[in-house]
Design a binder for this molecule. Structure first.
Ligand code: SF4
Length: 500
């Protein structure tokens, strides 16, 4: 148990996440000077580590006490013109130094705890810094390792090249969510419902979704559609005629033949059939995903994927046979019970299939997942992920002729590492970059979908969220459309005012 004690409310979340990065297994509580712990916390053991952050007029005091003995203290002097961002950086740097000294650990991403480290690199390069200056700035400001700094800069440069002909101001992307899956994976944190129980709602769901898409298509006619992404859930849980209905409706509402990228995340191999792939091929879909996550059967059984390794091979071969020439595969490292040898086996198997892109995720155990809820059951299991495993994945991608093109981090990630997308030349997923770099508005339809309006070249972002629950989404579809209406109006007005 760790306590952080503040004398006022400021940067609590930043301090909390950095401490969690050093002590992922510990419970961390936030307190304010003079405040008693709540009964729930009092019942638990006493904190072995206390981090005191005291904000004064001209400086900030940081003190770390271990078993009531001071083990680190530092006064952070503030300049009168320090902006909030600068004050936050100084606090995080001091906290990092203290925790690093105490734990004798260095973190690959230094004191960066946000999910978009490449956005920082991209911003610095766009501000006119050279790669060398960006690297120096990142290492000095955030204490990022040489390897992660180089990775962030490499990716930022590739992203810049890939986004070069995207018109952020006049363009937008479309996300369409299908929230059904053949079964729910143990680690799933998305809005997804098991198809078997929800089958009789799928048509009503499509009715509502098509209504929302008609509205978006009509309203966004004045803008350029750059990319379409159909995700979920698993879009290929739809029956061929349902898939046909959805894709033909999208075709009617949007200029699908002019987009730069059109992705369908087929995802689960157990949902992919020749008939469905043939329906998809009728439309200008440029990219699909067939996601194994792992090629170890015992792990697949454990995580509730309910498909076989052979299903993955079969689905992939079928997709190639049907003519798909841009197929992504998603993998997860750090799955329960898997060690480096298991990951190596998965990588070898994936290499044989020759996908066009590979997305390697580090398992993140989020609160809303069954894995988190039943973690006692998996206590005996290792959740191994480390730099060696990430390097194995990178080497495999290289051997497949792929380079890294997008990266993001999540909370509670195994090994405190990252998720990296690798792709062959011309096979990168542009939508993935757009969503990470937050440069373009993404209009989203479907249960749980979140629309993101990007203003002032990413300086301001507003969201319009749809309800997650499928039944509510269906019955409240007009309200979902209404929620978008005011945001879209403002977005279109500001856009046209800027154009003048
Ligand atoms: S396939 Fe993806 S969306 Fe579906 S249950 Fe598994 S993790 Fe969740």
């Amino acid at each position: 148990m760790i306590d952080i004690v503040f004398n006022k409310k400021e940067f609590e979340y930043d301090a909390y996440t950095l401490i969690k990065a050093f002590y992922p297994q510990e419970e961390v509580s936030i307190l304010y000077e003079g405040e008693e712990k709540t009964e729930t916390f009092q019942e638990k053991e006493e904190a072995f580590l206390v981090v005191k952050i005291t904000y004064n007029k001209e400086d900030t005091r940081l003190e770390i006490l271990k078993n009531k003995e001071t083990v680190f203290e530092e006064t952070i002097f503030l300049a009168s013109d320090d902006e909030r961002k600068e004050r936050k950086n100084k606090l995080k740097q001091a906290l990092y130094r203290g925790l690093s000294k105490e734990t004798k650990k260095v973190l690959p991403w230094g004191d960066l705890t946000g999910i978009r480290p490449t956005k920082i690199a991209m911003g610095l390069i766009e501000s006119g810094m050279s790669n060398v200056e960006t690297a120096e700035f990142m290492r000095n400001t955030y204490y990022t390792s040489n390897e992660k700094t180089a990775l962030a800069i490499t990716i930022a440069n590739r992203e810049r090249a890939l986004l070069a002909d995207i018109d952020y101001k006049n363009g937008y992307s479309l996300y369409v969510g299908i929230p059904f899956c053949p079964s729910i994976c143990l680690y799933c944190s998305f809005s997804s419902y098991p198809l078997a129980k929800w089958r009789d709602k799928v048509d009503a769901y499509l009715d509502a979704l098509c209504k929302e898409l008609t509205y978006i298509g009509e309203t966004m006619k004045v803008r350029t559609l750059d990319t379409i992404y159909i995700g979920g859930g698993t879009p290929t849980t739809l029956e061929p005629e349902q898939l046909e209905r959805l894709l033909s409706h999208i075709e009617c509402c949007f200029p699908t033949r002019e987009v730069k990228e059109y992705t369908i995340e087929a995802g689960r191999p157990d949902s992919i059939t020749r008939e469905k792939l043939e329906v998809i091929r009728k439309y200008p879909v440029t990219r699909i995903s067939v996601n194994p996550q792992t090629m170890n059967q015992a792990t697949l059984d454990l995580i509730g994927r309910r498909h076989t390794v052979e299903d993955t091979r079969h689905a992939f071969a079928l997709a190639r046979e049907c003519g798909f020439d841009n197929i992504n595969m998603d993998l997860i490292v750090g799955l329960p019970g898997e060690c480096a040898k298991d990951v190596q086996k998965t990588l070898e198997e994936v290499k044989k299939m020759e996908p066009d892109s590979l997305t390697v995720h580090s398992l993140a155990i989020k609160r809303a997942t069954r894995l988190h809820l039943f973690q006692d059951r998996y206590q005996e299991m290792s959740f191994e992920n480390n730099q060696e495993i990430m390097d194995m994945a990178m080497n495999c991608a290289r051997e497949c002729g792929m380079g890294p093109y997008y990266l993001y981090r999540q909370k509670n990630m195994s090994g405190n590492l990252e998720n990296v997308g690798y792709a062959k030349e011309d096979k990168a997923g542009i939508y993935n970059i757009l969503i990470m770099e937050e440069k373009q508005s993404i209009i989203a339809a479907g249960a749980g979908a979140s629309t993101k309006f990007v203003f002032e070249d990413g300086a301001r972002i507003e969201r319009a969220e749809n309800v997650k629950d499928v039944t509510n989404y269906i019955s409240r579809i007009d309200e979902m459309i209404e929620r978008k209406r005011s945001g879209l109006k403002k977005y279109l007005e500001i856009g046209s005012a800027q154009d003048e």
